[in-house]
Design a binder for this molecule. Structure first.
Ligand code: FAD
Length: 446
């Protein structure tokens, strides 16, 4: 490492997620043979499939979760742990023929609010120790225009998601964070934060307790119709299933090409700082909320559950890059918001894949006979878990109402095969637009 690197990286620097200090994927979990048959096979062992599996198993339906790697390798143990109930829904709605966008958006916000209820009751029912707190969220306005737009978002969230949302003017931002970076913001009380790896570990245990069969190191390489059901091939044996659920989100691969063409895998990166001086740490985010912001290439951040570190995430690059690059970029973004952290070193830097749909909305449904729930657009902890549970109910005929995300057009673009070659260009363009808006904002309201 160079002298520059030593100032940026703590001597114990690790590319493991900070969260894995408390719970980490291990080869022991799910080390078993692939059974011959089951009612429902679930591809992918993240929180989406586990929510579905838990619901199925509790209803007495046999199910097998096939995970390509170790359980917990995907985004579910790598995320920021921000839990929202609909705050990001509807950014992508616009001008689709034949739909009333406003009515659809309202229905989606109302249904997304159920995701938070689902998550909270799951944690309570299964006794999952995951540092969950209804901490609320502060979304900083990147420009004055964004702050004005937040007024409408507050109205929508309060009217349809019981969000207890309110605006905070620029002069009061310091009540939420020790920074003058934002032009005001929006507080959403009905949201929270948790420890994602501990949450995932508790969910995995709950699914196993309920009777779901968990098989690790079992990448599904082929799925084909077989009589009235499906045959799934893995290097460790084949499985016959009546129904198949796909919960592979940002890792959706060639085995489900139709879904792969509909998902855009995007890398999200995070850093954890070294332990901070307690007085400094306590001053940064005095109310302990989860923070996000309104720019296109947004950052999200929070304190660690012990209150000693800042965990700072974003998409400074939309693809996988070396830790030297993403740690440096995230550190710069963090210091832009908190100049007082300039000399603080990075102790962890990691990344994971999330998935966007072309309409920037979450999706669940049935495609070519395969059930799926995916595309969290960066906010899947509550949302995709709930869509997983909803999918399970749908598969076993246990729902009497179709939610607003179910079965909506899940579109792709001609020639797109699931390999997003365009992401570096889109990322650079979005960063340019963000910069331009911010410069204009500085001229409007210095
Ligand atoms: C850095 C980062 C920060 C984030 N922050 C937040 C946040 O603060 N709040 C929030 O709400 N959301 C956040 N998210 C998003 C959230 O983590 C995801 O929405 C959620 O974890 C998705 O869960 P999943 O089960 O669908 O996918 P994953 O957890 O990614 O699991 C998918 C699994 O499918 C497996 N798989 C793929 N193909 C196959 C195959 N052929 N056979 C078998 N298995 C297969 C993969 O190995 C993987 O383990 C963040 C994501 C990242 C990466």
């Amino acid at each position: 490492m160079t002298a520059r690197d030593d100032r940026l990286f703590h001597p114990d620097f690790s590319t493991d997620p900070y969260w894995w200090q408390a719970w980490r994927p291990s080869p022991g979990r799910g080390a078993r043979d692939v059974p011959a048959r089951t009612d429902v096979a679930l591809i992918g062992g993240g929180l989406t499939s586990l929510n579905a599996a838990l619901e199925l198993a509790r209803a007495g339906v046999s199910c097998v979760v096939l995970e390509a790697r170790e359980f917990g390798s995907g985004a579910s143990t790598r995320n920021g742990g921000g839990v929202s109930g609909g705050i990001n829904i509807g950014k992508g709605l616009g001008g689709r023929k034949g739909e009333t966008d406003e009515a659809l958006r309202q229905a989606m916000i109302a249904d997304a609010a159920q995701a938070l209820d689902h998550l909270e009751s799951l944690i309570a029912r299964e006794g999952i120790d995951c540092d969950y707190e209804r901490s609320g969220r502060f979304a900083g306005a990147f420009t004055p225009a964004h702050h004005r737009a937040q007024a409408r978002q507050c109205e929508l969230l309060n009217a349809h998601a019981r969000a207890e949302a309110r605006l905070l003017p620029r002069a009061r931002v310091r009540e939420e964070m020790a920074s003058d970076f934002y032009y005001g913001g929006m507080i959403v009380e009905r949201s929270g934060k948790l420890h994602p790896a501990k949450f995932y570990g508790g969910l995995l245990d709950a699914a196993a307790r309920a009777g779901a069969v968990l098989v690790a190191d079992a990448p599904v390489t082929h799925v084909a119709r077989d009589g009235g059901g499906w045959r799934l091939t893995t290097p460790r044996g084949a499985l016959f299933a009546e129904k198949v659920f796909v919960g592979t989100n940002g890792y959706t691969g060639a085995v489900t090409p139709t879904l792969r063409r509909r998902t855009i895998p995007v890398a999200s990166h995070m850093i954890a700082t070294e332990e901070l001086d307690p007085a400094l740490a306590a001053s940064l985010i005095p109310k302990g909320r989860f923070l996000s912001e309104t720019k296109r290439v947004l950052c999200y951040y929070r304190l660690s559950p012990d209150g000693r570190r800042v965990l700072f995430g974003g998409r400074p690059r939309f693809t996988q890059v070396a830790p030297e690059t993403s740690a440096r970029l995230l550190h710069e973004l963090m210091v832009e918001r908190f100049p007082q952290l300039a000399g603080v070193r990075v102790a962890h830097n990691w990344m994971g894949n999330l998935a966007f749909a072309f309409d920037q909305l979450p999706h669940m449904g049935e495609q070519d006979g395969l059930y799926y729930a995916m595309c969290c657009n960066g906010s899947g902890v509550a949302m995709l878990g709930w869509l997983g549970q909803q999918s399970a109910r749908k598969m076993i005929g246990g729902t009497n109402r179709q939610n607003a995300f179910d079965g909506r057009p899940f579109e792709t673009l001609p020639l797109y095969d699931g390999r997003p070659w365009f992401l570096p260009i889109v990322g650079a363009w979005y960063r340019h637009l963000d910069r331009r808006e911010r410069e204009a904002a500085a001229r409007e309201a210095p």
